[in-house]
Design a protein around this ligand. Structure first.
Ligand SMILES: [Ca+2]
Ligand SMILES: [Ca+2]
Ligand SMILES: [Ca+2]
Length: 234
């Protein structure tokens, strides 16, 4: 069956529409209708009008809804992807900023306290091999951290005057600016270059903040390294 819709003009009349077509009997009270199929623009909608346009027009809200649903899914997928990226980045960032086992964190650095004893030069070589250097103490906070965290009582730090007596430099070649952490022994202030042969600094943790002492570099002692987490070689 065709689903085409035809519009018609209907005129009601008491008169018989056409004698030749319809034979009417006497006393007939039937009301006759004259039906005219029209394609004119007067009709609500012309049958000449393209049917396809009409269907598309009627279905547009549905198509729009489908597009909205599709877009919603695209946004959900993009949001999930962003979330995965953020989590991955966050895990990577945290991993890279967490000190390895046996290293202790302080601010943006990691610190390693040795369990073996070596002379000053070998201690520095070991720190370098691990991606760091003997500790360079730049603030009171760092000094306090080193006193509290070390489970050893004395260890080498990265300070020496081996190149020029009395001119103390850190292992990164920077000059010692603040001498306030030098200790005191037998009422005499350090560094004292005892026996003319004390060119390396050691931290004694049982002396409080003023815990630096100059000692002969050839003596064996434990040591403490400092490193950026990204440089540490395991
Ligand atoms: Ca430091
Ligand atoms: Ca010295
Ligand atoms: Ca000394």
């Amino acid at each position: 069956m065709s689903a085409d819709i035809h519009y018609a003009t209907v005129n009601f009349s008491q008169k018989k529409p056409n004698k030749e077509v319809l034979r009417i009997q006497e006393g007939d009270t039937t009301t006759y209708a004259e039906v005219k199929v029209s394609g004119s623009s007067d009709s609500p909608s012309s049958i000449d009008e393209p049917v396809t346009d009409k269907i598309i027009g009627e279905q547009a809200p549905g198509a729009l809804q489908r597009r909205v649903v599709k877009l919603r899914w695209v946004f959900i997928i993009l949001a999930l992807l962003c979330l995965v990226l953020v989590i991955t980045f966050s895990l990577h960032f945290n991993t890279r900023n967490t000190c390895p086992q046996l290293w202790r964190p302080f601010k943006s650095k990691c610190y390693f306290f040795s369990t073996v004893e070596m002379n000053w030069s070998l201690s520095q070589e070991n720190c370098t091999a691990m991606g760091g250097h003997l500790v360079i103490i730049e603030s009171e906070d760092e000094q306090e951290f080193l006193l509290q965290e070390a489970n050893i009582t004395q260890y080498w730090i990265g300070l020496t005057d081996s190149e020029e007596e009395g001119a103390w430099h850190w292992v990164d070649k920077s000059t010692l600016r603040d001498p306030k952490f030098w200790g005191e022994r037998n009422g005499k202030k350090e560094p004292d270059n005892h026996n003319g042969n004390e060119d390396c600094a050691r931290l004694n943790t049982d002396q409080g903040l003023k815990g630096w002492f100059d000692v002969s570099c050839g003596r064996n002692s434990k040591w403490a390294c400092e490193a950026q987490v990204k440089n540490i070689k395991l």
